[in-house]
Design a protein around this ligand. Structure first.
Ligand code: BT5
Length: 332
């Protein structure tokens, strides 16, 4: 990153390296080339962000606990991405991270900007359906993408995000995550995450996209009361233990950037196989609703552009670009 990290991040770095010990005020002051009063002010800043720091009149300062928050201090120093999250906006409470990101994008925020909130009061899904966003339990994230794609090549970006998340959940958490086309991540038929993509385009080119991802991480059963269109779950419920959100967010951002770059360079074909393997619906009979229309048929796979191929009961293959899968039945 070209920008210099703020002083309190350096201070935090030193406290973390010496977490078992106290760091004396004068030693910190000389290491950072600032006064002891400034050290104290930066300590106060870290405390107000949620870090628990013990101070001893003679021994100095000791970091006791790092807050379970998606603070830039905990994310940015670990980034190895080239664009994703290089601009990172963390908010404690917001209506919807997608709305916030759309507004930042319309004011010129760069490609890869990430907006993360600890809580959403008006989180939304497709068709303005509500997205339950319990404070501090989930990951509510929106990412701004500025790729010069023709408008008809942008929608598969949702599937790239879905694939990246499913891969992380399978590889790093050993969960049988699958993708219910086009935007749901399921674990054994229960929805653990949803994706909402919003696109602003001119006639020939996408101006920007905002991809919003909501992940149920440490939600308990009572956080997921619904009523929901589909049974819901969280990672903690599936794994029976608390999941550290910072690590999950970081891994997802890296995986998404890698898969998105591959998609931009090689097109949808580059991810088609992986998507088909991770699909919750291929080979099954599904009912798809699009506006007032319903289609039923067997999901066969994806076209080279990312649309769903459906074999109707009449034996005709149709191509579906958008829709909601409302029923999935395994073929006998
Ligand atoms: C989605 O829509 O699944 C997309 C959800 C995207 C949420 C993220 S959070 C960050 C960003 N900022 C936003 O404002 N949104 C994005 P859809 O397929 O339409 O599903 C919505 C439906 O899922 C709702 O009507 C409920 O039935 C159900 N639902 C709501 N909250 C849920 C939750 N936490 N877990 C599982 N299902 C939920």
């Amino acid at each position: 990153m070209a920008e210099q990290a703020p002083t309190h991040w350096h201070l935090l770095g030193i406290l973390k390296e010496n977490q078992r010990n106290y760091c004396s005020g004068p030693a910190l002051a000389s290491q950072l080339s600032i006064s002891r009063t400034s050290i104290w002010k930066h300590i106060q800043k870290l405390r107000s962000a949620g870090y628990s720091i013990h101070s001893h009149p003679r021994l100095g300062y000791q970091l006791i606990a790092v807050p379970d928050l998606l603070l830039p201090e905990e994310i940015i120093p670990h980034l190895k991405t080239s664009a994703f999250a290089r601009t990172y906006v963390h908010i404690f409470e917001v209506g919807s991270t997608n709305d916030h990101a759309l507004s930042l994008a319309s004011h010129g925020a760069p490609h890869g900007t990430v907006v993360v909130a600890e809580q959403q009061t008006k989180g939304r899904g497709r068709l303005r359906r509500p997205w339950e966003s319990a404070p501090h339990h989930g990951i509510y994230l929106s990412i701004i993408l500025r790729s010069p794609l023709p408008p008809d090549q942008a929608p598969p970006s949702t599937q790239v995000a879905a694939l990246a998340l499913a891969k992380v959940l399978r590889r790093d958490y050993e969960l049988p995550a699958t993708i219910k086309w086009p935007n749901d991540i399921l674990i054994e038929n229960r929805k653990v995450a949803g994706i909402l993509t919003e696109i602003q385009s001119d006639q020939d080119l996408v101006r920007f996209m905002v991809i919003g991802i909501g992940i149920n991480v440490n939600h308990t059963a009572s956080d997921l009361r619904g009523p929901f269109r589909y049974p819901a779950t969280s990672l903690a419920r599936e794994l029976q233990h608390h999941v550290e959100r910072q690590g999950l967010l970081l891994t997802f951002i890296h995986q998404f950037e890698a898969d998105y770059r591959r998609f931009l360079a090689q097109g949808f074909e580059a991810i088609r196989c992986e998507l088909e393997e991770a699909s919750a619906i291929l080979g099954k009979t599904v009912k798809i609703t699009r506006g007032q229309e319903d289609f039923s048929g067997k999901a066969l796979g994806f076209t080279s552009q990312g649309a769903l191929r459906l074999l109707t009961r009449e034996g005709k293959e149709i191509i579906v670009w958008v829709g909601d899968v409302s029923q999935v039945e395994t073929d006998l």
